[in-house]
Design a protein around this ligand. Sequence first.
Ligand SMILES: [Ca+2]
Ligand SMILES: [Ca+2]
Ligand SMILES: [Ca+2]
Ligand SMILES: [Ca+2]
Length: 140
Amino acid sequence: MIRLLIVILASLFFMTLPLSAFASEVKTTDINKDGEIDGWTYVRDGNVEKQELDINFDGKVDAVFLYEWNGKVKEEILDTDYDGRMDNWRVYEDGNLMTDRLDSNKDGRIDIWFYVDHGKIIRLEKDTTGDGKPDTVSEF
Ligand SMILES: [Ca+2]
Ligand SMILES: [Ca+2]
Ligand SMILES: [Ca+2]
Ligand SMILES: [Ca+2]
């Protein structure tokens, strides 16, 4: 009952917001034309915020791209071996790759961290013990 009331109050609150706050939509694409959706584009106020792709058409999203307001990619999250689990996370700043994190042994935990400056790897960290924390560090 209380929960229902909260929902009603919340919807009343949102109804008073300007319409532009709701100018978000999802566009779907069927890239390989097999009748199944494999691309999702999230647009807010005319800007693409996020894209999700099912690159190998198995029904599972294997690439997610997050964008800055100016259209530059901000983050990439990838399932590089298409096993249904994300294993590569890349963070960009002003379109430049800053960190590249990998789950190389596919146990669900990041074990390699690359730190990049102007296109060059400046630091490499590895977790060799499997606890999810880096224990070897190389600087370049
Ligand atoms: Ca398709
Ligand atoms: Ca897939
Ligand atoms: Ca994977
Ligand atoms: Ca791992």
